[in-house]
Design a protein around this ligand. Structure first.
Ligand code: PEP
Ligand code: MN
Length: 379
């Protein structure tokens, strides 16, 4: 495995600015592409985007204007003086995009989910010096995302970045694609120098939430934003609900609060240090308590085994679950977190009792440790 390389975009994007990629979801006409891109460029976009080939979930949806749109986006780049980016999903797309003079390519979420497609793209990119962004796969699988980045990196692409656009859900809640922030945060932890851009348009699916998610992305110290911007969003041929007008893009950007990622004010640092000390101690206490709890679980396991009683008694589990969730809510925890936490504790408790019951402690603990897969240290 070779390390995924560091930012080197080749365009003047100041170090202290977030990279902004903006432009329409799809190129529809020459005029709409140009006007949307001009609007985005005037509001500070460093890179312009427009989809030419659109991977649509349903066959009746607009599947992109195709090859005919390539000169429009290239022209928009020339007029504004900005690099332009499009999505590619096959070797043929790569060839046509490069021939047309497209500056940057990105791999869409549906393609990233398919290693055959990613490998086809990687092979087409071998020997080509073009920047590439890899969107996360539609499903929340970090290794699949990393695998795609690795395939492109191994093809010799050195200007490589990631785009986070959330994950498909069966029933969309307030977001179209669930932002499980822990995944891009883990990607950042493993690859600290990789630029990670957040795409609030595809996460939210709803223009009224874009500012909120963009702020969250900035507060989590991601490196930039991809925001779909259309001259007339309500009449857009794809993703109408989630595109902003250039003016709305401008005001969303102006409303962002850019907080500092570190400070050297001694008083602030001393206060922070004290609070972190408390957190460290509390974490130790929580883990020790969990250890004690599992000791009791194992004792119960012995007791049940001697008396030939099953591990799980549904009534007891239902009572535990409901009462602990109530306690957690009273302690100010969110319901989702409370449910996940109690479920996780209970799962571990069952594993521990299973080990005791069946004398398989060693085998069980080995099986458990492989459940999460090996943690690779690549930073
Ligand atoms: C897009 O950026 O227009 C797009 C199709 O996004 P995704 O691959 O994230 O669905
Ligand atoms: Mn879109």
């Amino acid at each position: 495995m070779q390390p995924i390389p560091v930012r080197q975009w080749g365009w003047p994007i100041p170090e202290n600015e977030h990279i902004l990629i903006a432009g329409p979801c799809s190129a529809e006409t020459a005029e709409q592409t140009l006007d949307s891109c001009k609007g985005a460029a005037e509001r500070g976009a460093h890179i312009l985007r427009a989809g030419i080939w659109k991977p649509r979930t349903r066959p009746e949806a607009f599947a992109g204007i195709g090859e005919a749109g390539l000169p429009w986006i290239v022209e928009a780049g020339k007029v504004t003086g900005k690099p332009v980016a499009i999505e590619v999903a096959s070797a043929r797309h790569v060839e046509l995009a490069l021939q047309a003079g497209v500056d940057i390519l990105w791999i869409g979420a549906r393609s990233t989910a398919n290693p055959f497609t990613v490998q086809e793209l990687a092979d087409a990119l071998r020997g080509v010096d073009v920047p590439v962004f890899v969107k996360n796969p539609v499903n929340p699988d970090l290794d699949l995302w990393i695998g795609a980045l690795e395939r492109i990196s191994m093809a010799g692409i050195s200007r490589l970045g990631a785009i986070f656009r959330g994950f498909s859900v069966y029933k969309p809640g307030i977001y179209r694609n669930a932002p499980m922030w822990e995944l891009p945060i883990e990607l950042r932890r493993q690859f600290p120098t990789l630029d990670i851009i957040v795409d609030p348009s595809h996460i939210t699916g709803n223009r009224s939430l874009i500012g909120y998610v963009a702020q969250h992305a900035i507060d989590l110290d991601f490196n930039g934003l991809m925001i779909e911007t259309h001259i007339d969003p309500d009449h857009a041929w794809s993703d109408a609900a989630q595109q902003l007008t250039p003016d709305q893009l401008g005001s969303a950007l102006n409303s962002l609060v850019h907080r500092r990622t570190s400070v050297d004010d001694p008083e602030f640092l001393a206060n922070l240090e004290a609070l972190r000390y408390d957190i460290d101690n509390l974490d130790q206490e929580i883990i020790r308590s969990l250890g004690q709890r599992m000791e009791v679980s194992r004792e119960i396991g012995h007791f049940k085994r001697e008396n030939e009683v099953t591990i799980l008694q549904m009534n007891r589990w239902s009572n535990i679950f409901e009462s602990r969730v109530q306690t957690a809510l009273q302690a100010g925890l969110s319901e989702t977190f409370a449910r996940d936490l109690i479920q996780a504790i209970h799962n571990e408790s069952i594993r521990q009792q299973g080990g005791v019951m069946n004398h398989e402690t060693v085998a069980v603990s080995k099986a458990n440790s492989s459940e999460t897969g090996p943690i690779l240290h690549r930073s």
